[in-house]
Design a protein around this ligand. Structure first.
Ligand code: MG
Length: 374
């Protein structure tokens, strides 16, 4: 018997499904799509960080986000926009953008190319705002087909990477405490560029010998100093160095990458699909984040292009709920490295989704982006 939603509800009991009803069968989909409209709704939310988060240029205790839902035929796709200060977006700018989006004009949520091209054309920037629509749409089509996205993309869920857990710039006693809290992780990401780089690494190395990723957040301004530091970091078991120099110093970065014994990864310098090819030879690889890429559809294309150019691929996140982090995790079987800890840095998540088990990104069987409301 093919389970439609009504039969499914009867079978498993209405109490356990709530708004997270697995979808209709594909066979019965077309007739229903023609008669339904998509409805976008959104609300603001403030993420509370468990620890003050400090990188080379700022500190903060909260992150503003906007949570979206796209409702269609009794199913709801969830999305999220996260706005750390350096992205240049705010809750107000995201809401302003979302109010311009008329998603009800599209009859078929599977027409992602049409819908997301339209969304991208509304304004030039607003990448996080665009991402929260992209994520909700992907979640929705996963629910309509009743499949996790990684399955729709043909990916092997056992090939997910380990995720790093981030240690921000701080005094040695705090770094020591945070490192001890993170002992379940098989790899850590360390923020440098705050003037106490060697102290940060030495303090962590008192506690653990796990591989370390380093993120300088543009903090080193001189290429010779940067190379000297990278040579030293190589001896400390560091795997790669993310955004070592300011994004504007392109020639210096190309020189550094050519001479560096460790891979260099573009983060702040890198936003959209059209940037990937420009960075061949400037960086060894790219850090893809859904809030920069405008969501999953472009992120997937970025991975394809980067691999074709023999560049390394990392997938990262902002401070986010399990919504956007679980969405990014669906692509993680394709990448070299993952830094998907954004939901673990907050204490007021509203979703449950991707888990980190023994340090590894672990995908579940839930359809779409793999989350449910807590
Ligand atoms: Mg970074």
């Amino acid at each position: 018997m093919i389970l439609n939603r009504r039969n499914f509800a009867k079978t498993i009991g209405a109490a356990s499904i709530g708004a997270f009803i697995p979808g209709i069968s594909i066979a019965s989909t077309p007739a229903i799509i023609k008669s339904k409209k998509m409805k976008l709704s959104f609300k603001t939310y403030e993420l509370q960080l468990t620890h003050t988060f400090t990188v080379a240029s700022y500190s903060r205790n909260t992150t503003p986000v906007v949570l979206t839902e796209i409702e269609y035929d009794g199913l709801i796709g969830y999305g999220e926009a996260s706005m750390p200060p350096y992205l240049g977006e705010s809750q107000a700018s995201v809401i302003k953008f979302l109010k311009k989006v008329d998603i009800s004009q599209f009859k078929d949520p599977f027409m992602l190319d049409d819908i997301l091209s339209y969304v991208d054309s509304i304004e030039k920037e607003n990448r996080a705002a665009k991402a929260c629509i992209d994520i909700a749409l992907h979640d929705l089509i996963g629910k309509i087909t009743n499949q996790p996205l990684y399955k729709l993309w043909g990916l092997n869920p056992t090939k997910t990477p380990m995720t790093s857990y981030t240690i921000g710039i701080d005094k040695p006693d705090v770094v020591r405490e945070k490192t001890k809290e993170a002992l379940d992780f098989k790899v850590l990401k360390v923020k440098l560029g705050g003037g106490n780089d060697k102290e940060m690494i030495n303090t962590i190395r008192e506690i653990t010998n796990v591989p370390l990723y380093v993120d300088v957040n543009q903090g080193w301004k001189d290429k010779n100093h940067a190379l000297e530091m990278i040579n030293w970091l190589k001896e400390q078991g560091i795997v790669f160095v993310e955004q070592p120099m300011p994004k504007t110093q392109i020639d210096d970065m190309a020189w550094l990458t050519e001479n560096s014994p460790l891979p260099t990864i573009a983060d702040e310098a890198f936003q959209r699909l059209s940037d990937v090819a420009k960075f061949k030879g400037v960086y060894s690889g790219i850090n893809i984040k859904l809030m920069k890429s405008t969501g999953l559809r472009e992120a997937h294309k970025m991975i394809t292009v980067a691999k074709a150019l023999d560049m390394k691929v990392m997938i990262g996140c902002m401070t986010e709920t399990s919504c956007a982090v679980s969405a990014a995790a669906q692509l993680s079987p394709l990448v070299d490295w993952a830094d998907l800890d954004g939901n673990l840095l907050i204490n007021n998540d509203v979703y449950e989704g991707m888990k980190v088990i023994d340090g590894k990104v672990t995908l579940n069987q839930l359809p779409g982006i793999g989350i449910k409301k807590i």
